[in-house]
Design a protein around this ligand. Structure first.
Ligand code: LMR
Length: 333
């Protein structure tokens, strides 16, 4: 075959195009955004930073992870939509915030279901807990891991906070969860769903009287400065599911997906190892600050709280599933 002038021109043009764009395309890293709503010095904040560190080490030049803490990029309601739209690739909402997508995950909100964070962990790592990670795939959300924060405490702007009667008629900020709404209604209190970023101001201005959260959130958001009493109730849990956009995840090159999976495993171990100590440390700092009084409660003093909240279980048993509840109860042993 004769090599014509036209063929030569096309060959040269192709070579020039490859030179101009090839290396640039190969080098452009995949930008991965990880958005969350808490401060950096919290279990989730630290987990996200660890994920960035390990992912970028494992996938040099291939991946760039950008972490946006403190609702900087998206607040509570918006972050799920943003994930589905592809505006962010990883989020880690509290397990209470998935009830628009699945009823089963509401199990984590049932009051006094888990005795401690170890029981929560056993349930999450068991067959049922692992099953929940994939349960929202048809809605476009894929769970990759559970991250711990810790058990919830109850706080108000009142001096007295020992018995259920002490919260009667008070307004409480809650996360967007129908179970939590029912929990406060059972206490004859008035729950108000509100984004995390708005809680401090709502407490400060008296829009609400109280809230429920972990020591690390109460400390890092300064809720203790605008509350009078924090009762040590441990009545529920705030943990997270790290979720990604299922379609985006499935479309990643295999080596990138593998690297990110490994980075997620390391970040999970890191966050979960830190969670207890961070919460314990923050509880001490709150006590030392002397602003809010910490009200301890004995096992006997917690019984009336359990009794009042018991109907919440019955109300949601059908939606969550009896089998799931049984499995969770077993994790206490
Ligand atoms: C809350 O809204 O109180 C928590 O879920 C915030 C968080 O992510 O820990």
């Amino acid at each position: 075959m004769k090599f014509t002038k036209t063929m030569l021109a096309v060959t040269l043009a192709c070579a020039a195009f490859t030179l101009a764009t090839g290396p640039a395309m190969a080098q452009a890293p995949i930008v991965v955004k990880f958005a969350h709503v808490v401060a950096e010095n919290t279990p989730k904040g630290q987990g996200a930073l660890k994920f960035k560190e390990v992912a970028e080490k494992k996938l040099p030049g291939k991946v760039q992870v950008q972490v946006f803490p403190s609702s900087q990029l998206f607040g509570d309601a918006k972050e799920m939509e943003a994930l589905l739209l592809g505006d962010v690739q990883f989020i880690a909402p509290s397990l209470s915030k998935f009830d628009r997508y699945t009823k089963s995950i509401q199990i984590f909100d049932l009051p006094f279901l888990f005795e401690n964070i170890e029981a929560v962990d056993r349930f999450q790592q068991g067959k049922e807990g692992q099953g929940l990670l994939a349960s929202m795939k048809s809605k476009g959300l894929l769970g990759l891991a559970y991250w711990h924060n810790g058990m919830k405490q109850l706080s108000t702007n009142k001096d007295q906070l020992k018995a259920p009667a002490d919260v009667k008629g008070l307004k409480f900020r809650i996360q967007a969860s129908d179970v939590l709404e029912a929990q406060f209604r059972a206490l004859d209190a008035n729950p108000q769903k509100m984004a995390f970023s708005e809680v401090y101001q709502a407490l400060q201005t008296g829009v609400v009287d109280g809230q429920e959260n972990t020591w690390s959130n109460i400390y890092s958001q300064k809720f203790f400065e605008v509350q009078k009493t924090i009762a040590v109730t441990n009545h529920g849990v705030i943990d997270y599911m790290v979720v990604t956009n299922a379609k985006w995840w499935d479309g990643l090159p295999a080596d990138v997906r593998r690297g990110l999976t490994e980075a997620m495993a390391e970040a999970t171990a890191h966050a979960n190892k830190l969670a207890n100590d961070l919460n314990e440390g923050d509880r001490k700092k709150i006590a030392e600050a002397g602003k809010a009084r910490i009200q301890p409660l004995t096992k006997a003093e917690l019984v009336p709280w359990q009794k009042v909240m018991e109907p919440v279980w019955k109300k949601f048993e059908g939606a969550i599933g009896k089998d799931l509840i049984e499995a969770a109860k077993k994790s206490n042993n």
